[in-house]
Design a binder for this molecule. Structure first.
Ligand code: F6P
Ligand code: FE2
Length: 205
C-alpha cells in the first residue's frame, strides 16, 4: 500500500476516507461567544479543519493513518483548534508528524496535568496512552499534520464537555506569540471517573 502526503493541500492522496468540520460544527468550543457568533455570521459553512485517512481495518492490529489540515485564525484571542478527545479505548497512543505550518499539541491527563508540544514541519509529537489531545494552529498558514493511531482507538469527545473544556486555553499574547491561560470553567475529574478511564470500556460494559 502506497500513499502520498501533500503538505501544500493538506491531503493524504489515495486515502478514501475524508471528513470536514465547518465553523458551524464547533459551537461551545471557544471562550469568546460574541466573537464566535461574529465568525459564524460570515463563515458558518467554511471548513475549519479536515481529515483524509486510510483506514485498513478496525482492530488493534491495524493502524489508521491520515492527514489533518487546519486553517489559521482566532476566535477573539483564542487560536483555532480541533474539538479534542481522549481515545475511547483510552490506552491507545497516537503520533503526529508536522508537515507544514506551526501548531501546538495541547495534552491533558485525566488528573489534569497539562503538556504542550510544538509541532512544525518535520517535528514528531507522541501522545501517550490516556492523554486527552487537541491540536491548535498558532501560525498564519494552514497547519498540516500526518497522524497514526491503532485502528480500534475510537474518539471520546464527552470527556472534555464533562469537565467544562480543557484546563487551559491557547491565546494570542498580544505580541505575535501565544500564551496558555487557565480555563475558569474547568472542573477536575473525580477519582471514580479517572478510575473508569483507566479500567477501559470493557469494564464499563
Ligand atoms: O477528532 P477531533 O478532535 O475533531 O480532531 C481531529 C484530529 O483527531 C483525529 O481524529 C485523530 O485522532 C485526527 O483526524 C485529527 O488530527
Ligand atoms: Fe486521537
Amino acid at each position: 500500500m502506497s500513499l502520498a502526503v501533500d503538505p501544500e493541500r493538506g491531503r493524504l492522496l489515495g486515502a478514501e476516507q475524508r471528513y470536514a468540520k465547518s465553523f458551524g460544527d464547533l459551537a461551545g468550543l471557544y471562550a469568546d461567544r460574541t466573537a464566535f457568533e461574529a465568525l459564524l455570521a460570515s463563515r458558518r459553512d467554511e471548513i475549519a479543519y479536515e481529515v483524509t485517512a486510510y483506514v485498513p481495518g478496525d482492530r488493534v492490529n491495524d493502524l489508521i493513518v491520515g492527514v489533518t489540515r487546519m486553517v489559521p485564525g482566532r476566535v477573539g484571542r483564542e487560536f483555532f483548534m480541533t474539538r479534542g478527545h481522549i481515545h475511547a479505548r483510552a490506552d491507545r497512543p497516537e503520533i503526529y508528524h508536522g508537515q507544514s505550518g506551526h501548531g501546538l499539541m495541547l495534552m491533558e491527563s485525566p488528573a489534569g496535568e497539562i503538556r504542550i508540544a510544538k509541532i512544525g514541519p518535520g517535528s514528531l509529537c507522541y501522545v501517550p496512552p490516556f492523554w486527552i489531545h487537541r491540536s491548535v494552529n498558532i501560525g498564519d498558514t494552514d497547519l498540516v499534520m500526518l497522524f497514526a493511531y491503532p485502528a480500534d482507538s475510537g474518539q471520546d469527545y464527552g470527556i472534555i464537555e464533562r469537565s467544562g473544556g480543557m484546563r487551559v486555553r491557547i491565546m494570542a499574547d498580544g505580541r505575535g506569540g501565544w500564551t496558555q491561560e487557565p480555563n475558569p470553567h474547568w472542573r477536575p475529574r473525580s477519582a471514580a471517573e479517572i478510575a473508569r478511564i483507566h479500567a477501559g470500556p470493557e469494564a464499563a460494559a
